[in-house]
Write a protein that binds this ligand. Structure first.
Ligand SMILES: Nc1ncnc2c1ncn2[C@@H]1O[C@H](COP(=O)(O)OP(=O)(O)O)[C@@H](O)[C@H]1O
Ligand SMILES: [Mg+2]
Length: 327
């Protein structure tokens, strides 16, 4: 039979969601049984492990994770992002906050033994294209949690009375199925942009959200993102463990971003060229600069050149700027 240590490690890896460790230990158990001469059991275990591995490859394990309630159809979307925080460009303050969240979350048992709660509730505020959605994906990946995105168009119904009920189902899922729950474009709940008749109702929804958020003592991480700070009710800010501001990139960040995005395209530029790129990028978001870099890289590949030129990047950035001022 499996040793007590094996059972303990299996449980531990299950609780922390570490699939790879789970499978490694299961393989050790199978090998242990084979050594004991229990070949039938060892073979059965190996078959089960193979099944688990192929399921993992197809990502169908995610389906098992989706809270099965019918009420959540069209509201929760599940994914298992592969992006890392290191792939993105952030300010030091942002990086420090992420590091702290990851550290506290990974060592939550240690904290809870001392009646301390890990940071789990995070509000991201800033203009479009500055990496809020990307942050939610990368954090889910770093914490090895499935990402559940709450679709607010599914949540906010014409019949506002139902919204609070749906919200309750979402918070039930947060409690019963561990994951990173991402309320994107959160202002649909947090703002008063409805018609005057709806204002009273949206307030009620907002109040129930605040109540659910405050009562939530689950193991899940809750991340909300919004573009409009001003529209948010100040009462919201207090309910989050961290409120993190996102801004358009500084000149330093523009350089880091372009270098990162064009890392595989033989980029070598004098300081003067960087100055120009930083100047033209003024007012553009990370997402727009990323697109300009991709355009420059595509141009290089399709024209058969062997490097991306600074002039090329500047042209693409200027295109993005023009496109922006035309809308
Ligand atoms: N801080 C960033 N660092 C690197 N790339 C970024 C960053 N922010 C945005 N991007 C790029 O732009 C895309 C869209 O950004 P997104 O996270 O959707 O922005 P937001 O949610 O703030 O509107 C990302 O998938 C990524 O390619
Ligand atoms: Mg977004």
């Amino acid at each position: 039979m499996a040793t007590a240590n094996h059972i303990k490690s299996l449980l531990q890896s299950h609780v922390t969601g570490d699939n790879e460790k789970f499978i490694t230990i299961a393989m050790q158990v199978a090998a242990h049984e084979a050594r004991q001469g229990h070949s039938k059991l060892a073979n059965e275990l190996k078959q089960l492990i193979d099944q688990a591995k192929s399921q993992k490859n197809r990502n169908s394990n995610l389906l098992l994770l989706v809270p099965s309630k019918k009420e959540l159809d069209g509201i929760l979307e599940v994914s298992q992002p592969k992006i890392n925080l290191a792939d993105l460009t952030f300010s030091e303050k942002q990086i420090d906050t992420f590091k702290r969240i990851i550290k506290e979350y990974k060592q939550q048992n240690k904290l809870r033994n001392h009646n301390l709660e890990p940071r789990r509730k995070l509000l991201l505020i800033g203009p479009p294209g500055t990496g809020k959605t990307a942050t939610a994906s990368a954090l889910a990946n770093e914490l090895k949690l499935p990402l559940f995105t709450i679709r607010l168009d599914g949540l906010i119904t014409k019949f506002m009375g139902e919204t609070a009920t749906k919200l309750r189902h979402v918070f039930d899922a947060i409690r019963t199925t561990r994951g990173l729950y991402f309320f994107d474009e959160f202002d649909a709940i947090g703002s008063d942009r409805m018609s005057p008749n709806d204002v009273g109702e949206i307030r009620r929804v907002l109040n129930s959200f605040l109540q659910f958020l405050e009562q939530d003592d689950s193991d899940s991480v809750i991340v909300a993102a919004t573009n409009y700070k001003k529209l948010l009710d100040p009462a919201l800010f207090r309910r989050f463990d961290d409120v993190l501001n996102y801004d358009l990139p500084t000149q330093c960040q523009v350089k880091a971003l372009v270098e990162n995005k064009l890392a595989h395209f033989h980029l070598s530029m004098p300081d003067k060229a960087w100055k120009k790129i930083e100047e033209v990028s003024n007012g553009l978001s990370h997402a727009e600069i990323t697109r300009a870099c991709e355009d420059a890289a595509k141009w290089m590949v399709l024209e058969g050149k062997d490097s991306v030129s600074s002039q090329n990047i500047v042209d693409m950035l200027e295109d993005r700027k023009k496109a922006k001022s035309n809308v």
